[in-house]
Design a protein around this ligand. Sequence first.
Ligand code: PEP
Ligand code: MG
Length: 875
Amino acid sequence: MTQFVYAFNEGNISMKDLLGGKGANLSEMKRLGLPVPDGFTITTEACMSYLKHNEQLPTKVKTQLIDHLAAFSERTGKSFSSDDHLLLVSVRSGAKISMPGMMDTILNLGLNDDNVEKLAQKTNDARFAYDCYRRLLQMFGEVVYGIPMMAFDTYFNDFKNKHSYQSDAEIPAEGLKKICERYKEIYRKEAYKPFPQEPLKQLEEAVEAVFKSWNNDRARVYRELNDIPHDIGTAVNVQEMVFGNSGAKSGTGVAFTRNPVTGENRLFGEYLLNAQGEDVVAGIRTPKDTETLKEQMPDVHQEFVQVTKQLETHYKDMQDIEFTIENGKLYLLQTRNGKRTAKAAIKIAVDLVHEGLISRKESVSNVDVKFIDQLLHPNFNEEGLKQATVISKMGLPASPGAATGRVVFSAEEAKEQADAGHKVVLMRPETSPEDIEGMVSSEAIVTTHGGMTSHAAVVARGMGKCCVTGCSDVEIDTVNKTVYYPDGKLHEGDTISVDGSTGDLYLGAIETVDAEHSEEFDQFMSWSEDTARLQVRMNAETPQDIKAGYDFGAKGIGLVRTEHMFFGPERLIEMRRFILASNHEERVQALEKIKTYQVEDFEIIFKLSQDRPTIVRLLDPPLHEFLPSSEEDIQNVSQQLDVSPELLRKRIVDLSEVNPMLGHRGCRLAVTYPELYEMQVEAIIESVLKLQQEGVTCQPEIMIPLVSSVEEFTTLKARLVNMITQLENDSHQRVEYLMGTMIETPRACFIANELAQYCDFFSFGTNDLTQLTFGFSRDDAGKFINVYTENNILQLDPFQTLDTQGVGQLIQLAVEQAKRTKPEIKIGVCGELGGDAKSIRQFNQWDIDYVSCSPFRVPGAILATAQSQAEESER
Ligand code: PEP
Ligand code: MG
């Protein structure tokens, strides 16, 4: 028969799935012989069974509960009905992963009108007994019957005021008795039923309330935010009460074995004398530092220090411990790995290695990748964030960081205001290459359209600039310079704060905490690099970004998006000249000028990379992206290029496409205009030849994008190789280069074995591959993907985390085929998934050589590869 209830002495730490984190830890502490009040755990399986059976406690669970109560009574000599040895218990929820939002705790369960008197007589302390009872009535009412806490609190505070009691402790027994009577009336009024007097009924109802709380809205939202499955359920822990509120030699508190904010190796604890658990949390009285316990109860203090050390050594991590002292005796009520800030996480991980408690590999595995992002970007001050007014919580966390600034609606305005010394936030429905200067000038970028791979997201991430995209409940009216959000409007110049790590927008300014770089961080990253198998490269093209990426530990460049090099005004105009040319000669002429810019750029890039591999992708986007869109721009460009506005408009219409993402872009551009890629490759090779003469080693890798047939690749490759050979011969130099393709279409995956024969490398462009596999537009999917994830139609946004079933299968197939055809072929991933920890975990299992991501994601990616490798080596 399935065992649904386990006594603490039957379990251990390996049973977290069944007993939840709290239950498994209580069992483990019991096993270690630590002073833990006795009890038992009702399993997560019982919870799932309860929820499946239309919220009926299955008979088997009920029977086992009663059996365990009997065994428990036998062990402790206490029972719910005993006059002298009254049993009272606490009931606490405890999922495998600790989850705020679920029902937490009911204390003193078992008390009723009759028992409370017995307790008063036995302890000779009526005040204590009725204090326990009023707490039970309040907690039970609130969590089991859903009576608003206010209903109890209002009466309690009125009572104190009426009698001029300054603190709860001043309320005498008689007063507490009155409060209990009144509380019972509140039950009738608010819940239409009396407080259950039968202890077993109290227990059953409390257990059911815990199980039910698994599905409350807060818990569901928390699980969704933290990727916790909905079907693992929570356990319930029933534990004998010990009383921190039973006099001056009693108390209760919480301690961290190290400082959770800084990571400093010093016990950090707080406690209150003569109090029960929730008093510490409620903050009504100011708790004392556990150091002062040394004077008040030296023996207890000594034991406390010793057990906290023992727990930390046993768990090999900083512990968050709840304890109670009852009449001078110490009890432990809970231990778990303590929550900590990013800074503390790194310090603790490094210190534990130096103290010989864990290995470097364990240290690397212990730190959440999210912390790395937090350490590299400013964050909002937590208090400020709590008090801030929300504008929207619908946006996507496109590029982490925290920034405050005045709202502007155009790139020009952003630049102008920034030049005048103001901090600005650029708000646009979406961004385009023309906005680049404005983006550089802004503190943050917010868009209402587009997802994690939209132009704004990709460019901002590359710059390490805070960005929120796809803010679908906000409307940006750039004409009237107004933002409409659910609760109001914003105008140009209003101040807002943008949290790129959560996707949230706030009204007004919020104080930020700067990014910190510590010695421990460097040490930790070097251990991560040593553990990792996959190499991490960066997607970057500006000198600033490239330097940042190399500082962060990138091993090369996985993607230079050459279109990003045409953003500056002088370059854009030449590109426009090329696009508007009416014949081959005019095109070649325009390209000559562009080439000089490209040579300069490539020289800088290769010089920064030196002997590290650098993939340059030939031009990819549809050409109309480079053309002006507003009438004002059309007028300007027509003057600059000396063409009539009519002709310009006609050309824009000619170039416009119904589905530009599926249109004339990628290698298709070069099939129609081969001179375009020839110019780019000539520029690459010329810059390399020049650098080689100066003694600089270069490792250029030339990448042809969006290939979907072998002939596309071979035709272009033949022309380009011919040209390179010519350049080599003319210069009497050799250039070591690779030529490969981006795998971005499902068809390319299916023909990977053939493509591999002609390619030196493959790089998976997972942004386009995801778009084309699902048929979801990468720029518009933001509008509906959240509905898919909320309704469990998709578990995760496939543009943020690899869809293993579909896109993943295509990648796996292509990798296997390519490596079988050509074992030495180099394979990487350069789409946004290349910087996502979960996706990296998957890539690490396939025969992939590197991932590539924007510079600021490099350290997180290195840690993710290290953790995946550490995990795999343990299998
Ligand atoms: C991709 O498609 O994954 C990719 C890296 O290319 P881009 O985002 O520039 O289309
Ligand atoms: Mg692409």
